[in-house]
Ligand binder design. Structure first.
Ligand SMILES: CC(C)(COP(=O)(O)OP(=O)(O)OC[C@H]1O[C@@H](n2cnc3c(N)ncnc32)[C@H](O)[C@@H]1OP(=O)(O)O)[C@@H](O)C(=O)NCCC(=O)NCCS
Length: 155
C-alpha cells in the first residue's frame, strides 16, 4: 500500500527524475519528439524545490520510494504525475481526492486544471469537463492541452 505525505525539499531530485521519466515514456505517445525533449528537459530538482515553495504539494510513496506527486495552488491543480511503473494502481486518484478535499475545506467549489492530452481520459473519469482547448507554451514549443474544470462537492 502507498502513503501520502507533504513534500519535503530533499524529495526534489526524485521528483525531477520521476517527472522526466513519465513524460519521456508515457506522454510521448501524444506529443512530438521535440515537445517531449523541451518539456522533460525543463525539469530539474531546483525547479521542483522552487515550485514546492509556491505550490502546495503531496507525494505518494510505496516502500519509501516516491511513486507520484501532485501540486495545487489556490483552486487549480498544477501538476499530477505518477511514476511510469506505477500507473493504474489508484495513486493518481488518491492524490487528486486529497487535493479536492483540501480545496473544498478552504472554500473552493471548483477545481481547474490544464490537462495534457494523455491525462484527459483520467480527469474525465474523475469528474472533470473540458472547458476549452488551450496551448501550453514551453520555450519555443506550443503544446496542445485542455483546460478542464470540476465542481467540488463535500465528501
Ligand atoms: C494521468 C495519471 C496522473 C493517472 O494516474 P494513475 O495513478 O495511473 O490513475 P489511477 O490508477 O488513479 O486511475 C483512476 C481512475 O482513472 C482511470 N484512468 C486512469 N488513466 C486512464 C486513462 N489514460 N484513460 C482512461 N481511464 C484512466 C482508471 O481506470 C481509474 O478508474 P477507476 O476509478 O474506475 O478504477 C497518470 O497516468 C500520469 O502520470 N500520466 C502522465 C502524466 C500526465 O500527463 N499528467 C497530467 C499532467 S496535467
Amino acid at each position: 500500500m502507498f502513503q501520502i505525505r507533504k513534500f519535503r525539499s530533499d524529495d526534489a531530485v526524485s521528483l525531477a527524475r520521476l517527472h522526466r521519466g513519465t513524460i519521456r515514456s508515457i506522454n510521448k505517445k501524444d506529443y512530438t519528439p521535440r515537445e517531449i525533449t523541451v518539456w522533460s528537459g525543463r525539469s530539474s530538482a531546483k525547479r521542483f524545490r522552487n515550485l514546492g515553495e509556491i505550490n502546495q504539494r503531496y507525494v505518494a510513496l510505496e516502500s519509501r520510494k516516491i511513486v507520484g506527486f501532485a501540486d495545487y495552488k489556490d483552486h487549480e491543480l498544477m501538476g499530477l504525475y505518477i511514476h511510469k511503473n506505477f500507473l493504474g494502481k489508484g495513486i493518481g486518484k488518491k492524490l487528486l481526492m486529497k487535493i479536492e478535499r483540501e480545496v473544498y475545506a478552504n472554500g473552493g467549489r471548483t477545481l481547474k486544471c490544464i490537462s495534457t492530452i494523455t491525462a484527459r481520459p483520467f480527469y474525465e473519469k474523475n469528474g472533470f469537463k473540458v472547458v476549452k482547448k488551450a496551448i501550453h507554451q514551453i520555450k519555443d514549443q506550443k503544446l496542445p492541452v485542455f483546460e478542464m474544470r470540476k465542481k467540488l462537492i463535500r465528501k
